[in-house]
Write a protein that binds this ligand. Structure first.
Ligand SMILES: Nc1ncnc2c1ncn2[C@@H]1O[C@H](COP(=O)(O)OP(=O)(O)OP(=O)(O)O)[C@@H](O)[C@H]1O
Ligand SMILES: [Mg+2]
Length: 433
């Protein structure tokens, strides 16, 4: 993160997932983010990442916010909310703008990004993010941060992430029914990436794959920028369903067995290991080889990674992901997942835990908290950007007065500090042009 917001500012991430709602409270200071409180409660109001029952979702959000509020000792009013679901799509676009004053300013960058987002989008969809991949100043391409560079023409290549408006609105509605203001709605996987990916990985190319309960979210980073984002509607709950059906046991027991004894790679399980499987409808529990459990799990996990691989191959960027794959989300806690992922994806794989925050980090130390922590980091960056934007006009005026000084115009006071100096500046402008 380049610049941080002012001391003591509170940022709250609200991760509304298929299995849980998680609210993370962070305090921003000059030197980083401190986690002050976390509230995580089960949620049954979503199906495959999309709100399907407003009342249940609202109840879970209220509980999560209340828990986080109590722990942090602050009142939560505003949140950065996550959104996922297979309605998410991404596409590339570009924009071009003239550089006013010969030197790229923040306003020029905003104009070129505004141009890049001016593409036709279906009436029932909205643009969620405009993610710059590279800037081009005159003939020089591959620029990450063009502000301050000299030139006459600024171009931008971006990735646009779009979402179904109704799905985004339902997330906002649920939060508002809890008395919250939604500062921004953020793609969950983008938030997760904020929490787990290193700058080096972004630079040399990496895939972030967040496998939650209902969705598998993919984001590809190439040359430091986001080149693709999409969501596959499968996750850990599909594994649980398979176990419940295969071992004829209740869903809650299937989930417990998966967490305690599950393994994604059958050959990692010894032949003589046994587990006790509770029966349904009052039937007696029975002992079953643990290998039977992994034989149910393995094909499903293999299928998820095969779909992920196909999705990455279809983008044509497989070869550009030199840093490999970073897995996150609760479902990747399943034993043997990394090993199986490496086999299917044919790339180095690691599990991403949230990093780059301090405070009560033990409460968010798990891949299932990557999105919640990432939303706080995203919010902190958004606030820092807003502060920088607010300061930008004054800075650009100062630059122009410096140019004026070079031309021999004497300024008694710095521009923009008073209406008097402002009128002086306009006088000079009129005289000069
Ligand atoms: N130790 C574990 N071993 C195996 N699976 C686990 C473990 N812990 C959690 N899970 C699985 O992780 C999934 C929940 O992950 P997570 O909390 O990231 O999902 P979510 O954010 O609620 O859902 P989504 O992101 O899909 O909307 C569930 O399927 C759960 O069974
Ligand atoms: Mg999630």
């Amino acid at each position: 993160m380049s610049t941080m917001a002012s001391q003591g500012e509170i940022v709250v991430g609200l991760d509304i997932g298929t299995t849980k709602v998680c609210a993370v409270v962070g305090e921003i200071a000059e030197d980083g983010i401190t986690i002050l409180g976390v509230g995580s409660v089960p949620c049954r109001g979503l199906r495959k990442g999309i709100v399907s029952n407003i009342d249940w979702t609202v109840r879970s959000i209220k509980d999560a916010i209340e828990a986080a509020q109590t722990m942090a000792g602050v009142e939560i009013r505003t949140v950065y909310a996550g959104v996922a679901g297979s309605h998410i799509r991404s596409q590339s676009s570009d924009g071009v703008a003239a550089i006013n004053g010969g030197e790229v300013t923040r306003a020029d960058v905003e104009r070129v990004l505004e141009g890049a987002r001016a593409i036709p989008v279906d009436a029932d969809r909205q643009i969620l993010h405009v993610l710059p991949r590279e800037y081009i100043v005159d003939i020089q391409d591959g620029i990450r941060d063009p502000i301050g560079m000299s030139g006459v023409r600024l171009g931008a290549k971006v990735n646009l992430v779009t979402a179904a408006t109704s799905c985004v609105q339902n997330v906002i509605r649920c939060a508002e029914r809890c008395g919250l203001v939604v500062a921004d709605v953020v793609l969950e996987a983008l938030a997760s990436s904020e929490a787990i990916l290193s700058d080096d990985e972004r630079e040399i190319g990496a895939a972030v794959v967040d496998i939650g309960g209902g969705t598998t979210d993919i984001v590809l980073y190439v040359d430091g920028g986001i080149a693709h984002a999409s969501v596959i509607p499968v996750g850990g709950n599909n594994i649980t369903n398979d176990i419940a059906a295969g071992l004829r046991t209740p869903m809650a027991e299937a989930d417990r067995l998966k967490r305690l004894y599950g393994c994604a790679l059958g050959r990692m399980v010894a032949d003589d290991e046994e587990i006790e499987v509770p029966g349904v409808g009052g039937q007696k529990p029975r002992r079953t080889p643990r290998r039977v459990l992994s034989d149910i799990i393995e094909p499903r996990v293999e299928e998820i990674f095969a779909v992920v691989r196909k999705r990455i191959e279809d983008t044509g960027m497989l070869e550009q992901l030199s840093a490999g794959v970073v897995l996150t989300g609760g479902a990747v806690l399943l034993e043997g997942t990394t090993e199986l992922a490496e086999e299917v994806l044919g790339m180095p794989v690691r599990i991403g835990f949230p990093t780059g925050v301090r405070g009560i980090t033990q409460l968010v130390h798990g891949p299932q908290y990557a999105a919640g922590v990432g939303l706080v980091k995203y919010g902190a960056q958004a606030i820092a950007d807003a502060h920088a934007r607010a300061a930008a006009p004054a800075q650009s005026m100062m630059r122009m007065t410096a140019a004026a000084a070079k031309k021999g115009v004497v300024e008694e006071e710095p521009a923009l500090v008073s209406p008097k100096s402002q009128s002086k500046f306009w006088e000079w402008l009129k005289a000069a042009f």
